[in-house]
Design a protein around this ligand. Sequence first.
Ligand code: TYD
Ligand code: MG
Length: 503
Amino acid sequence: MREFGYSLAMAKVRRSFVCNQCGSVSPKWAGKCSECGAWDSLEEFTPSAAGGSEKKDPQRGLAEAWAAEGESAAANPEAVRLDEIEPLDVPRLATGIGEFDRVLGGGLVPGSTVLIGGEPGIGKSTLLLQAAARLAATGRTVLYVTSEESSQQIQMRAQRVEDNGRDARSTGDARSTGDARSTSPADLYVLADTNLARIFAQASKVRPAVLVIDSVQMIYNASLDASPGSMTQLRRCCMELVYLAKSTQMAIVLVGHVTKDGQVAGPRLLEHLVDAVLYFEGDRYHAHRIVRGVKNRFGTTLEIGLFEMGEFGLAEVVDPSGVLSSEAGSGAGKPGCVIVPAMQGSRCFMVEVQALTASGILGAAKRRVSGLDANRLSMILAVLEQHAGLRLADQDVFASVVGGMKVAEPAADLGLALAIAGSHLRKAGAAATIALGEVGLSGEVRRVSQIEQRLREAARLGFRRALVPAGAAADKGLAKGKGARSIEIVPIRSVSSALESWR
Ligand code: TYD
Ligand code: MG
């Protein structure tokens, strides 16, 4: 009897659980997500928590009233044949911040929703405020909704960032994002609110071309009986905002916080709902900040945007290779430091790979990476032991990329191997030497992509000697000194021969 009563009660409230890591839905709670294997990540989610509003389309929610005014293009879609669809000429709202626009694929797309994730304090609000000011200065109406700070705080930040523009004008600094246009733009509206209905009401009054929600985690829809900040609220608010963007052709930018290990419920779950996801990366204690595309329905995800946080907000780094390598050059020429030309999207950066070996405990030696792949490090350590005769089993090994950059490509393998061996053997290469190549399990050095472009960039920046895979060197006639190349090419077949040529 009791069981019967229990199942009746269950039938009334449809409950499900959503993983805050991968967003998968399961009917029962479990300690471990069956999809992604994350522990303690399932949270209760009530799909029909809107109470009496069952007839309403939950996806549209509050945006529906607005859409019904006849502005909507997406209100009542009909099936069409693929070849009858009018080709879409994707217009772009360029923010005027080149590095940001590059990652967006040319600018914000009207009707799309972009999510910007990143750790607290990394500079999301600063970037968006600068972008908003730039957009408003070109005559676009922008509504900046701040759910965490007061409008006074925003104004203070705007003033601080504005000085940037003034500064740039007086000094003619090309690297600054500010330019002659950025004086308090009239079309930039600020709203400090967290209630979605009130935000929609203000938006329908202001009619912005771009709506910024900073941050989406704090927004709530009062008609849901879930608490603000919960998965249910987050998902619903995001869905309604996406619908609003589509139906009014407004571009919406959402800000979401993530902690170091991507823990907090939020951005992960929202990634499926939005058109583009950008991550703001970098070390809070370093000046360099990187905006990286993770998902983009209107562009490539290969590009990155590089910024420098300064006293007056974020400044674009226009010649990243130059800046990074002059900084990188500081360690070059010392044991354990190797410069590697790494590709990021269409551009080549000179990054400095560093390694340090120190005596550890056999069987419990530490291996730590930052900005590099830990698996790659293990593999390269094994190769160095087996094919280059190094004894590293009882050595603690630390490897990192200088300046908060991340290098995932295998082209940096040889550089990493030389950095480790260099540190262990106390052997330095010349400061103007770069190394390039993928290391295979038998110790061979394999060719990498875009070698010409990497060498051209290295030569431009004044590097004199390059260790490159022998195959690529023969292929492209690099070794024969084709053309007026100012960089000496050293073809490398194996890790052990690279060690001999490393001087
Ligand atoms: P913020 O944009 O508030 O970060 P987020 O929105 O991602 O949490 O700012 C991050 C940090 O940047 C803040 O701690 C102060 C610093 N900052 C500067 O160094 N210079 C500046 O001009 C501004 C506006 C901020
Ligand atoms: Mg912020």
